[in-house]
Design a protein around this ligand. Sequence first.
Ligand code: HEM
Length: 417
Amino acid sequence: MRIDPSKLSLDRPVSSLDPNRGTHEEAAEWLRYGPVVPVALPDDVRAWAAMSARAARTVLDAHPDLSSDPRHWGAYTRGEIPAGWPLLNLIVGESMLNADGADHRRLRRLVSHAFTPRRIDALAPRIHEITRELLDGLERGGPGVVDLKEAFAYPLPLLIICELFGLTDPEEQRRLRDHFRTMLSVEVSGAERQEAAVGQREVLARLVADRRVAPLGDLTSALIEALDDEDGRLTEKELIDTLEIILLAGHETTVNSLTGTVLALLTHPDQLAALLDGELDWPAAVEAGLHWNAPLRTLFMRYALRDTVLHGVTVRRGEPVVVGLAAANREQRGAVPARFDIRDSRHYERQLAFGAGPHYCLGAALARLESAIGLSQLFTRFPATRLAVPESELVPVISTAMNGLTALPVVLRPASA
Ligand code: HEM
C-alpha cells in the first residue's frame, strides 16, 4: 500500500528497523510503502530509509545535498543520541567513511595504495596459506558437527586484515577480536561497548607504536610514513581511526559474505555440483552470494545538508538517511525476480553489496578474492558438506547493520564420505 510521499515524515515512522528481523521481510514490507520511507532505529532514533535499488543509488552516488559527515546530523549535534547507542561506533570517528569531498579523497588516496590490484594479488599466496591452515585445523578436529562461522568464516578475514596491518602477535589478535565482537554486539550494555572501543584503540595504538620503532612493509608502516611526512597529511588520530575503520568495514562483512554464500550453496546443491565440476566459477558464486545475502543489511548513514527531495519525500536539513542494501539487492528487476542463480548474471550484475559512488568499498577486490579462495578451498576439500540443522533453525545475528548468522553448524565431509 503505497503512501503519498508528500505525507511521509520522520514524525510518523512507517516501521522500525528491528535488529531481530530479517532483511527479506523488511524489504517486502517497506517497499510496499515507497522507495524512501521514515523508520525508527533502535532507541527510537528516526531516519529515512532508501530501500529500492534506484533510491539507494540516488543516495550513494555523490548526491550534492547529502553528506557522510555525522556533524551534519541534527539529532547528534543537539546531543539527542545516547552515548552508548549501538550504532554510534559505526558512524563517528575521523575516517574516510565519514568524510566528504577533498577530505575524503585525501584519506582514501593514502589507504588506496594498500588496495591496488597488484597489492591484492600479492596477498593471494598468504590468503591460500591462512585458509589451508584453518582447514587443516578443521580436518584434525575429525568428523562431527562444526560451527563453520566460528571455526572458519570468522577467523579468516580477521587474520587477513591482521596480515595487512602487520599485527602478528596472536595474543593481540585475540584481544582485537574480543573487543571487536563486543563493540558490534547489541546484547551488551552501552558502557561495555564503550569499554571495548577503548580496548580496541589501545591494541591499534600499540601496533602503531611498534611500527614507528620498526617499520615493515605493511599498511600501518605505510600510513605512519604518510603521517610523518613534512606536510602532515594524516594526523595520529586519523591514522588509528583509519585502521579501525578498515577493521570495522572489512571483517564482519566478509564473515557474512562467506557464511551467506556457503548457506546459499548448501541449499542449492545443483549449483555447488556445477562449481565442483568446473562448469561454473568461484568468483561468479561469490558475486551471486553477495547479491543474494548482502553482508551489510543497512548502510549508516548520509545526512541532509539542506532540505532536499528524494523520490518524492522531503528530507529536512540535518535528517539522516540509511540505505537498505540487502533489500535493494533483492528487489525484483523488471521481469527478473530475485534469486540465487550463479548461471544467470542478470541477477547479480550491478548489485549493491559494496555500495556505490565515491565511498564504494575500498576492500571489494580483497573481499572478493578471499571469499573466492575461502569457498573454493573449503568445498574442494569437503565437497560433501551438509547443513547440520534445517535451514529454518539457523539464527540470524541481532543487528540493524549486519546480515549474518549467529552460527553455521555443518557436517564437513570429504568426497569419499
Ligand atoms: C564482502 C565484504 C564487504 C562488504 C559487503 C563491504 C561493504 C562496504 C560498503 C557498502 C561500503 C560503502 C560505505 C559507504 O558508502 O558509506 C564500504 C566501504 C569501505 N570498505 Fe568495505 N565491504 C567489504 C569488505 C571490505 C574489506 C575486506 C575491506 C578492507 C580490508 C573494506 C574496507 C572498506 C573501506 C576502507 C571503506 C570506506 C570507503 C570510503 O569511505 O571511501 N571493506 N564497504
